[in-house]
Design a protein around this ligand. Structure first.
Ligand SMILES: NC(=O)c1ccc[n+]([C@@H]2O[C@H](COP(=O)([O-])OP(=O)(O)OC[C@H]3O[C@@H](n4cnc5c(N)ncnc54)[C@H](OP(=O)(O)O)[C@@H]3O)[C@@H](O)[C@H]2O)c1
Length: 251
């Protein structure tokens, strides 16, 4: 273990190898955070760690962990704790969506979305709560925070995305309950619910939706940075980020 009294603030970002998660990880590192980056594919994790260290000079630690695998979640929590002994911000960005109508939902796709988008965040928070609490107790002014990537589809449903939307709606509720139970211990949670963001996840939509009209990853990471600057007294249950245009509650 480096030390429980690590001087730097520390973040763990799941889905930190690409897209929104990578941008949040590199921006947090740019603010001086030490970061653990977790994602499924080892090569992506290694590339993200190298990129973050080169760009920011902050310590970055990579863990390849499949969020669908409960054992891997426990190992991720243990490895992060051993490496840094502190957790100020837990960002839950790993996620995926399958577009299919209710009439054609595949059980396998249902299970994968539930496991990665909902079960993994819940179990990882459970595993890391002791560390979030001890970090908050040692730094009571800031406390510690959980930020879960929900989606505007979890706020206003979209045809074809029933299971994805259900997992994202569940994260909104989960974050509220977490703040209710833990804000007295200095641990707050926020669900961030953006509309379409220009990442690999939305590249298949380029024919349907103009890329230039999508949110940028920095629109999301700026919000996360803002949350890390608040005091532990400020509880922000959710942040919805819509896109410019005539449909406020649409992805
Ligand atoms: N893009 C959007 O329009 C949008 C809008 C609202 C909300 N969101 C949410 O924001 C989050 C990030 O989205 P994104 O657009 O940045 O996605 P992305 O570019 O597709 O990146 C997904 C990230 O999640 C990781 N991941 C996926 N499945 C995993 C698994 N089984 N185990 C571990 N890691 C896994 C990926 O790692 P590997 O490459 O190793 O698989 C990658 O790092 C997601 O939760 C998404 O639902 C996205």
């Amino acid at each position: 273990m480096i030390a429980a009294q690590n001087e730097r603030r520390v973040a763990l970002v799941t889905g930190g190898s690409r897209g929104i998660g990578l941008d949040i990880a590199r921006r947090l590192a740019g603010e001086g955070f030490a970061v653990t980056v977790a994602a499924r594919k080892e090569a992506g994790v290694a590339a993200a760690v190298a990129h973050i260290e080169d760009e920011t000079g902050a310590p970055a630690f990579g863990v390849a962990a499949d969020m669908a695998d409960e054992g891997a979640l426990g190992r991720l929590a243990a490895q992060h704790t051993d490496r840094f002994g502190r957790l100020d911000v837990l960002v839950l960005a790993a996620g995926l969506g399958a577009e299919e109508p209710v009439a054609a939902i595949r059980t396998k796709a249902y299970d994968l979305q539930m496991n990665v988008n909902l079960r993994a965040p819940v179990l990882l928070v459970r595993e890391l709560l002791p560390l979030l609490r001890t970090t908050a107790a040692a730094h009571p002014e800031r406390g510690s925070r959980v930020v879960a990537l929900s989606s505007i589809t979890g706020v206003a449903a979209e045809a074809g995305l029933s299971v994805y939307g259900a997992t994202k709606a569940a994260l909104l509720s989960f974050c509220e309950t977490l703040s209710l139970e833990e804000s007295g211990n200095g641990v707050n949670a926020t669900a961030v619910a953006p509309g379409y963001v220009d990442t690999d996840m939305t590249s298949h939509l380029h024919g349907r939706i103009e890329r230039e009209s999508m949110l940028g990853v920095s629109d999301v990471s700026e919000m996360v940075l803002g949350l890390t600057r608040l005091s532990a007294r400020a509880v922000v249950p959710s942040i919805v980020i819509s896109r410019a245009g005539s449909q406020l509650w649409r992805a």
